[in-house]
Each structure stands twice: as structure tokens, then as C-alpha cells.
Design a protein around this ligand. Structure first.
Ligand SMILES: [Zn+2]
Length: 221
């Protein structure tokens, strides 16, 4: 992992290596952008509301609110009894290109769990960590454990449900330069892992940038 200041007035960029993970504390009003600078790469993402004990992203509450094709303007909703927006998607360059109402597959996933060591052993015969273990490693420094790893939002993972109700995934439609940006609505801890499993193809590195929301043009504040 290489961390460096970039040319933004506030914020920093982390270059995530293939099959690695990192956690990012965000204050309300901060942004987090995930930028593909080396081709398609799936990232599993966790979100914890750090202001309230036990608050975390809920895939089911978010699906109930927005369906399974999340994009710009949609919000990542937390578990009961909180049920608050933790993050808002403010930019998604993949959605328009990958949206086709006649197809069952689509650009970001809210159906699948993180891949894990048992899954990779079962499916690929490999004895190596998956996103579950890598995400656990990213959150322990913040007082969380593997018991806190929840169903993720899987960025750039192309999934869907077929006419028989079965889940499936296909190679990501993302390309170099695609990005998705989130605005923190509440104080959050966001953890992301560059998935080492087959939904990504060859493992790639990814840039994650945190910053502040750009003020509207003409703003004097
Ligand atoms: Zn994975």
C-alpha cells in the first residue's frame, strides 16, 4: 500500500494492491471515491455507523428502499433500529453503460456475501484468504472483529437473478477510469477489499481517494 498526498486541497489517496484491504474513517460530509486505474476490479465494501453502537450497512434495508441496481442518488441504509442513510452515491460512471432492462445482470452487486477462505477452498480448491478475511484484517484496528463483517456492497461486481430465481455473476463491465463516489451522511468507517476471486478476472490494484464534497459553483462559503 502506498499512501500519498495528491493535489486535492483536503484528502488523501490510497493505492490498494490486488487482494488487499484498507479501512477509511469518514466524517459526515467527507467523500470516498473508488477509481479503477488498471481495468476492472471488484471491491467488497463494508460500512459502519461509528456514532451508534452496532449500526452498520444493511443490504436488505437498502434493497427494500432502492432495489438491486444501485447508482447515483441512492443511499446505503443501516440496520434496524437505526435505518438511516450512511452514504449517498454521488457519482457512478458505470451505471449508464451497464444498464439494460432486458438483461438480468448489472454493474454493482447487493446480492452476494464476501468471498471467504471456506468458499475459495470449496469452489477453487485454494487455501488462501478471501474478502471476508481481508476485510476482518482491515477493521480490527478500529475495534471490530470478524463477527462484525456484514453482507457487503460489491462495487463493479456484475450480478443478477435469472428467470428461475438463481443468482449469477459475469465478468465486470467496468473499464479503466470508471469510478464511484460516496458522500458520508453520518460519521462512518468504510472498509474495502480488492476481491481475489473470479468475479474480477486478473487481480488489479485500485485507487481510493477521500476528500470533501466540492462546494457548488458560485458558493461563497
Ligand atoms: Zn472477494
Amino acid at each position: 500500500m502506498t499512501t500519498y498526498q495528491d493535489d486535492q486541497p483536503v484528502g488523501y489517496t490510497v493505492k490498494l494492491a490486488p487482494a488487499s484491504s484498507e479501512a477509511f474513517p469518514l466524517a459526515a460530509g467527507q467523500t470516498l471515491s473508488v477509481i479503477l486505474d488498471d481495468g476492472p476490479q471488484v471491491l467488497d465494501m463494508l460500512v459502519f455507523g461509528t456514532e451508534r453502537h452496532g449500526e452498520r450497512f444493511s443490504a436488505s434495508h437498502t434493497r427494500m428502499r432502492h432495489g438491486t441496481r444501485l447508482t447515483t442518488g441512492h443511499q446505503l441504509i443501516s440496520n434496524s433500529p437505526h435505518e438511516r442513510a450512511l452514504l449517498t452515491i454521488t457519482l457512478d460512471t458505470l451505471h449508464e453503460r451497464d444498464y439494460d432492462s432486458d438483461r438480468s445482470l448489472h454493474g454493482h452487486d447487493i446480492l452476494y456475501p464476501p468471498c471467504s477462505r471456506p468458499y475459495r477452498s470449496r469452489r477453487y480448491g485454494l487455501d488462501s484468504n478471501g474478502c471476508f478475511e481481508n476485510l476482518t484484517a482491515a477493521i480490527v484496528a478500529y475495534g471490530f472483529s470478524e463477527r462484525d463483517v456484514h453482507d457487503p456492497f460489491n462495487l463493479f461486481m456484475r450480478t443478477g437473478i435469472d428467470a428461475h430465481g438463481a443468482l449469477g455473476f459475469a465478468p465486470s463491465a467496468a473499464v479503466t477510469g470508471d469510478r464511484i463516489t460516496f458522500l458520508a451522511e453520518e460519521p462512518c468507517l468504510v472498509a474495502v477489499s480488492t476481491c481475489p476471486s473470479a468475479s474480477s478476472g486478473d487481480p488489479r490494484s485500485v485507487s481510493v481517494h477521500t476528500g470533501l464534497q466540492t462546494p457548488p459553483k458560485g458558493s461563497t462559503s
